[in-house]
Design a protein around this ligand. Structure first.
Ligand code: HEM
Length: 122
C-alpha cells in the first residue's frame, strides 16, 4: 500500500476535473437520470460541477475546502432510487475505464462512492 492520498494517486486536481467532465455528460444523457438535471440553468449546472470537484478533492485527501452541503442534506427528498443508484455507479465505472483508471484507485473511488449510498438513496 502506498502512503499517498487517493487524491495524489489519482493525479490531483486536474485529473479530478477531467473525471468529473467525463462523468457528468454520461449522467445527463441517461434516460432515467436525466430528470434530475432537466430545467436547470447552465449556471446551476456549472455550480454543481464545481461543488462536485471540490467535494471529491476534499474527500480524497486534497487540500480543497468543500463549501457545499453534506450528501444527506443535498440529496434528501429527490427520490433517488436503487435503479438510479446502479445507473449512476455504472456510469462512474465506465468513465474510470474510459480514462484508464486502474486498481487500486478504480476500486478505491468506487468504494468511496458506495460508502455514500445510504445518505443519497431515499
Ligand atoms: C444517483 C445518484 C445521484 C444523483 C441523481 C444526484 C443528483 C444531484 C443533484 C440533482 C444535485 C443538485 C442539488 C441542488 O442543487 O439542490 C446534486 C448535488 C450534489 N451532488 Fe449529487 N447526485 C447523486 C449522487 C452523488 C454522489 C455519489 C456524489 C458524491 C460523489 C454527489 C455529490 C454531489 C454534490 C457535492 C452536490 C452539491 C451539493 C450542494 O449543492 O451543496 N452526488 N446531486
Amino acid at each position: 500500500m502506498s502512503d499517498k492520498s487517493l487524491y495524489e494517486r489519482l493525479g490531483g486536481y486536474d485529473v479530478l476535473v477531467i473525471a468529473v467532465d467525463n462523468i457528468l455528460p454520461r449522467l445527463m444523457a441517461d434516460e432515467k437520470l436525466a430528470r434530475f438535471w432537466q430545467n436547470r440553468s447552465n449556471d446551476g449546472i456549472a455550480r454543481e460541477r464545481q461543488l462536485l470537484i471540490d467535494y471529491l478533492a476534499s474527500a480524497s485527501g486534497g487540500s480543497m475546502l468543500y463549501t457545499g452541503r453534506e450528501m444527506k442534506l443535498s440529496h434528501e427528498g429527490m427520490g433517488i432510487d436503487e435503479e438510479d443508484w446502479s445507473r449512476f455507479t455504472n456510469h462512474v465505472a465506465e468513465a474510470l475505464d474510459s480514462l484508464s483508471v486502474a486498481d487500486p484507485e478504480r476500486g478505491d473511488v468506487l468504494g468511496f462512492i458506495d460508502s455514500l449510498k445510504a445518505d443519497i438513496v431515499d
